[in-house]
Write a protein that binds this ligand. Sequence first.
Ligand code: ATP
Ligand code: MG
Length: 608
Amino acid sequence: MLKCLNKSIGDYTQNGGGEATGILARKALMKDRKTRKEPANMNKTEAIPSTDFIREIIDGDLKVNKNEGRVATRFPPEPNGYLHIGHAKSVCLNFGIAEQYGGTCNLRFDDTDPSGESMEYVESIKSDVRWLGFNWNDRLFYASDYFEQLYQYAVQLIKDGKAYVCSLSPEEIREYRGTLTKPGKDSPYRARSVEENLDLFKRMRAGEFEEGAHVLRAKIDMSSPNINMRDPTIYRIKKIPHYRTGDEWLIYPMYDFTHCLSDSIEEITHSICTLEFENNRPLYDWVLDQLKVDCHPQQIEFARLNLSYTVLSKRKLVELVEKGHVTGWDDPRMPTLAGLRRRGFTPEAIQKFCERIGVAKRDSIVDIELLEHCIREDLNQRAPRVMAVLRPLRLVIDNYPEDKVEELDAPYHPQDPDMGSRKVPFSRVLYIERDDFREDPPKKFFRLAPGREVRLRYAYYVTCTGVVKDEQTGEVVEVHCAYDPKTRGGSSPDGRKVKGTIHWVSAAHSLPAEVRLYDRLFQVANPSGEKDRDFMRYLNPSSLETLTSGRVEPSLEGAVPGSRYQFERLGYFCVDPVDSSDRGLVFNRTTTLRDSWAKIESKEKSRD
Ligand code: ATP
Ligand code: MG
């Protein structure tokens, strides 16, 4: 029991929880906003970005003046969902490289599959990339803008005898493809004449055939050990309106055909993608070689980010949203950038996280505690400290005058006097945290208990003189205390020590607030770890706890949506940008103060 108490409420002595704090919250917020606008600066003042195998390749290319010394990357999301923290890794990598080498990075929507794509997703992706701190300037592109050009490239392949219309059914195509151990066999349509292929492809475009009746395939090698090279489909019929091109197109190019050509059209030099595309690289090169394009970018693969206790696949994230397991893409439990932002994460913390995990060639799972560590580190510096009581218990100071109110000075940040301070009203009736009182205290419980003296943060020493209980349940509903007027400010002239310091708010002056405590969305480290088990079964049923009777100090009146605070001893909290309003404050817990990652790290260091 005690162990769990310690977990939920930190001690003042830990985690910078609070020697004192400083400016008007507004000032702190402005500072917050200022740094938010210029996240790149944060990186620039730090050490030169550490290198990795991709940067080493680029360095090598620059040495021999490959691409005339140009570095051009792109971030190519498909607008079929919101960006998640895995995408952030790719955004930081692509935009970061462009920034570092004085190159360019395009934002390109890879929108060639009309099912599931939408303008809502395009807009969300744009705003998330901007929020993360990156700017594509005028380099915004859509693969769908290349549809005509891609069609002409496909016609070129047909004319060169490098592509053919295949009329096998989807099942037959699969069957003919063979397996890893069995070579494929040629489609009976492989020998169609160029004229017939051109005619059929034109009629596919005109909408003469049903979906699945024909596809256009590259003519490569059905016995290739690489299955991707066994005459892959490069166009299929899809009679679904496209969110940008409407019903103009009834055939759509496949990823492997579109991606390399889009890269080439945009004169990308280094096309960075995730490891699962390694076996697609020969196809990427094949298409560009056959078409003899002027620009042939180099595809480089890196390991995608996997994060413990979460899923990072849009298909799975869509499922969580659509089945109502979360309130939306921006639910603060989601690993999406929209969710993390609403939870109180800063772009700087996410950039820092991406920098720390680095870029590797081998897949691994990153501990979510590293992400939590990064946000704590950032908020520890920038979040003003305030007092809030999440589960209130009335505390009455019997020897304090009934109508007296004192305004106590409380700094916003223990290490940053520039943040200033605010006045916190103190009066006869306060609220303290229910967990900070025990009628029958266990060993090492240094907070309030009958006969025990504690320090009220920034205020006085109080000694518990009695309790009032609910007659029916026996539950303590009120604690009575006597205060020592000579201890104002938190120390006593006679030098006597008290072991515990607890936070509080004045009952009459504090504001009501709803507080949402978030926990991990999944109960196991690797919810997608077992192929034949649905990841949904590992959902954490208590990933959200909503406390509706919280009380916060009056300085939080009108707190700006999205602004972030440390609630002393409790954790970092952010004003919910969606549900908080003048009618009622709503706070999201970004993270607790407990930092097990720091512990793990220091353990590892001491072992070295
Ligand atoms: P998902 O598997 O979540 O659906 P995706 O790869 O289909 O992701 P895209 O929109 O195609 O999503 O991704 C855009 C870019 O982001 C791609 O270059 C992709 O490689 C990269 N990316 C996606 N997920 C991750 C990840 N977990 N780690 C690093 N990069 C990623
Ligand atoms: Mg994709």
